[in-house]
Design a protein around this ligand. Structure first.
Ligand SMILES: NC(=O)c1ccc[n+]([C@@H]2O[C@H](COP(=O)([O-])OP(=O)(O)OC[C@H]3O[C@@H](n4cnc5c(N)ncnc54)[C@H](OP(=O)(O)O)[C@@H]3O)[C@@H](O)[C@H]2O)c1
Length: 337
């Protein structure tokens, strides 16, 4: 009997997740029913949204059930098929989850060409994070040559793409990242004009110096102290695609202290700032436009993405804990087979 390994959610975390929140189960690889296929997972994507799926809270997507398989984007090879649309041997993208194998129908499955790009790119720059960056900029950020953009988590897949697209469109791009090594990479390899360490006690002053003309686009990935440093520097008619607030994902209670709500609303009004939250699939119909614009930029080397690779399905829980702690350096992926 061929077996597969799957990470199921065992308990819901209170605050930061721990390894005890998951359980690794081993069972027989399923067989395909009529209209289904079975794939072996080659790559599993680890993304911050997975923390949200561990909460039993109302959100834009349903939580993972206790005892249910952790959700996740996967690229795999088809090992059995009873559907002509997905032949054996083809490479496919699907949300197969934290498992060495998955079974699915063609719905939500995309055949990918292993000769065109590395397979892991389909969960990175060519996949969900890349589309997020492109769609948020295209629809909300609306970059204009000569403007200034700021993005935190600048060396992760979303921040990397946002900064490089902004540079390609002639903006000044200022990154914020966790530590000097990530910042050096953002400037020297990715072409950001400047990058500041989010842990620097002088972040507010240094950010002011780094954006002499103020901020026209703040790409919100993190919230918290970074947002507080950014907010006073927002220009009239600036835009803020609200993509993520990772500094709150492990929070157990609402932030207290500064009365930011009324102040923000006042300045949204007086400066006519556009703040808009979005989820990548709000713009799903624009996928072909994203591919047309981004593929040539990747092929020409204009857009680069660094990967942070862990080996084996066993490493999935620790990998998510690391992403939530900023210990990843680049797009976190797991080479499952
Ligand atoms: N709206 C959507 O559809 C959508 C889609 C994809 C992603 N997102 C969001 O986009 C953001 C970036 O995602 P990603 O996949 O590119 O993640 P990522 O950059 O690979 O990983 C998250 C990064 O966030 C930073 N971070 C962690 N804790 C932080 C804290 N307390 N304060 C400030 N920064 C912290 C760390 O970077 P540093 O150590 O460098 O600071 C960490 O590496 C996340 O908020 C994610 O939820 C939203």
């Amino acid at each position: 009997m061929t077996t597969m390994k799957t990470w199921n959610l065992k308990s819901r975390p209170v605050g930061a997740p721990t390894l005890e929140n998951w359980e690794l189960v081993e069972e027989a690889v399923p067989t395909a029913g009529e209209g289904e296929y079975v794939a072996q997972t080659l790559w599993l994507s680890i993304d911050p949204y997975m923390r949200g799926r561990m909460n039993d809270a109302k959100s834009y997507a349903a939580p993972v059930a206790i005892g249910g398989r952790m959700e996740g984007g996967t690229v795999g090879r088809v090992i059995e098929s009873k559907t002509p649309d997905i032949p054996v041997g083809s490479h496919v993208f699907h949300t197969g989850g934290w498992s060495t194998h998955w079974k699915a129908t063609p719905k939500g499955t995309q055949i990918v060409d292993p000769d065109l790009f590395p397979l892991s790119a389909h969960v990175g720059m060519l996949g969900m994070p890349g589309m997020t960056a492109w769609a948020g900029l295209h629809n909300i950020g609306k970059p204009v040559e000569g403007e200034t953009l700021v993005v935190a988590a600048a060396t992760g897949p979303v921040g990397t793409m946002v900064g490089q697209i902004a540079k390609a469109k002639g903006l000044r791009a200022v990154g914020i990242a966790g530590g000097p090594e990530k910042c050096a990479y953002a400037v020297e390899e990715l072409g950001f004009d400047a990058c500041l360490d989010r842990n620097d006690p002088d972040l507010t002053t240094k950010l002011k110096d780094a954006v002499p003309n103020g901020i026209d686009i703040y790409w919100e990935n993190v919230g918290g102290p970074v947002f507080q440093a950014v907010w006073p520097l927002m220009n009239p008619f600036s835009r803020m695609p609200v993509c993520g607030v990772i500094s709150f994902y492990n929070a157990t209670q609402a932030q207290t202290g500064l009365d930011w709500g009324p102040r923000i609303l006042r300045e949204v009004l007086t400066k006519r700032i556009l703040m808009k939250g979005f989820i990548v699939w709000d713009y799903q119909e624009q996928l072909p436009q994203f591919v047309n614009e981004i593929v040539p930029m990747i092929q020409s080397g204009r857009i680069k993405v660094r990967e942070d690779v862990s080996q084996g399905i066993e490493s999935a829980p620790q990998s998510l804990i690391d992403v939530l702690n900023g210990e990843n350096f680049g797009k976190k992926v797991i080479q499952v087979a």
